[in-house]
Design a protein around this ligand. Sequence first.
Ligand code: ADP
Length: 731
Amino acid sequence: MKQLTKIVILMLPVIFFTWPGPLLSFNSNKPVKPISKTLQSADIVEAKRTLIARGDFNYPPFEYLDDNGEPQGFNVDIIKAVANVTGLQIRIILGPWENVRDQLEKSEIDLLIGMFKTEERMKKADFTIPHFISTYTIFTQKQSQIKSFKDLSGKKILVQSGDLGYDYVIEQNLDGRIIEKQDWAEMLKALNAGEGDAAIAAMLQGTMHIIKHNLNNVVPLTEPLIQRSYCIAVPKGEAALLATLNEGLNILKTTGEYDEIYEKWFGIYEERFSPARSLRIMIIVSVLLLLIIFAAYIWNWNLKKQVRIKTGELTKELEIKSRMQNQLEKAIESFDISRKEALKARYEAEEANEAKTRFLANISHELRTPLHGIIGISKLLETTPLNREQMDMMKMISTSAENLTGILSDLLDFSSIHSGKLTLRKSFFNLRSLIDTTAPVMKVMALEKNLKIIMETGESDPVINTDKERVGQILLNLFSNAVKYTDSGHVKVSIFHYDEKLEISVADTGVGIEPEYLDTIFEPFSRIENNTGTLNRGVGLGLSIVKSLVDLLNGEINVESRPGEGSRFIVFIPALSEKSETPDTEDAAEKTDLPEGTCSGINVLIVEDENINRLYLKKILSKKGCITDTALNGLEALNMIKTKEYNLILMDLTMPVMDGITATREIRIYEKNRQIQPVPVIALTAHAYPEDMERCREAGMDGYLSKPFQPSDLMKEIARVLDKVDKEGPF
Ligand code: ADP
């Protein structure tokens, strides 16, 4: 069915565009003449005679009877319209085709509303200009081998009686058998049922019948067989009527009424191929295309605009980003510079700190060495016969020198604490030993100001673990302050151990401290104005050192004070106790009381560039029975040990020509090469720093003594070195 429809659709343009004669020449330019003037046979009109028009009652869609028996169809409408425009009165009566054709030829009727114009028929009737061009083709069964007219030879051919198809078959002298049917519907139904081999019918009507009657077995050939003009026929010689009809047809075409009728009956088939419609479609399509192009242009323009805007935004963003990046880079750069500067500053600060520490150490050395000499010589002088006045002056010299030593060691302590170089040396010791070593010093201090000392201790003597030397330093610092700031009354010292901590409290009946100063007294160099408006004595380092030492020992320090009534400093230091019967090595060393002559007979080499110090050492050692030699520098010492065997060397570190460290190294190399037993070496130095001890140890020294020292300190170190070097190694 689809194929049929396709063929019809294919043929319609052929029908339309091959339309010959005046129909195609109809154009709107042609002037429409008034009917009254155009009619040649005015008598027909004026006579008011009703013309009898006939047609086939079963030739749809051209002419047929509807369900009510009324004539309908394309031809019927055309005739009615012609009658309308020409003023003719026409009565249409439809009937069997043979009858109507016969009546026309016998002039029994006035006109035949639709008849194909052929040579044969023109002999018997006259024809108007065509109002339709019909294309005839061959209809076959679906599987038929018939592909063209010549294939019809010897076949059964179905035709409508008296139809153009019938005439054509006769004209062509085809030797097939002709089967006549009353109408095309009957004919095509017969073909569908297999009654004949092919049928000849107009393409349009035949296809319509196939669709209408659902004739699935019938298909038309696409090749047109014949094309005939479909006209209104009048009996031969009716020229006036013919002219009127022709004029009427022309008017219909000119006014567009023909198109309307055509559209009404064939529009559905032609719809897609109507030039007007095609034109309309083309226009619509063109408009649409234009709209699309316009829309595309607008869209494109808009897109470009958006791209421009976006590009602008992106460019701005990029600019901002690159600006930010630049700023970031600059920030990083300046951060880098700042970091480098900070590092540099830190380095410089560390350097400065180091320099300060070195300066303090050197100053300390430089001051201590002569101080050592002053103290030493003073002590020696004291042993010589002096009158009372001289003795008092000697004592003053000693005291001043000792005070100066105290300040120097405060500075040294402060410097080593703040450069992080102070290390703790924790050990187990009897609490009593702490009291024993500090009490005599405290007594001397208190005695100077005639102050009473009240000592408060627990009954037990626990062995505790902490840095005894530093704890003693804390106690003595607090005590010395108490004495310093108390003119009368007493100083009460309480030392207890409980809950694995040591409590040391030093209370005095002195000047006390104004509340506003209580927070600052632990800061370095903090000195308070006393009630006379002058600064207190001291350099303001004592409490700062105490606080730092307490912190190092993980303890805490508090102060209570009432101006004019006195102060109390309380320290808590964590100190684990251990029930130990053997006190620590330091205690043992401390308790070693060397009687005179203990080291008698041993050969001691004193290596010291300072005359006074050399003299001092020589005196002390001689008193103890030692045999002493002296060398002024390291090189001299090195040469001397090569010639004489010594039991001990006391080696100063800072000397001209060859320093103590180098000399000791050289001595150790010499001994090693000669496979000689190493001679114990004790370093004597004003450099009281841990790294100095380390340097000494590395050089091969066995002991270390920080200047200035008391004779007892020297003897203890000698005893320790001589007694233990072999057993325990150096230091
Ligand atoms: P200084 O060397 O001046 O004594 P310190 O650091 O030991 O330095 O003490 C700081 C200040 O605290 C002192 O100048 C003094 O005013 C005050 N001070 C310290 N101990 C006492 C005390 N026992 N009685 C009164 N004032 C004290």
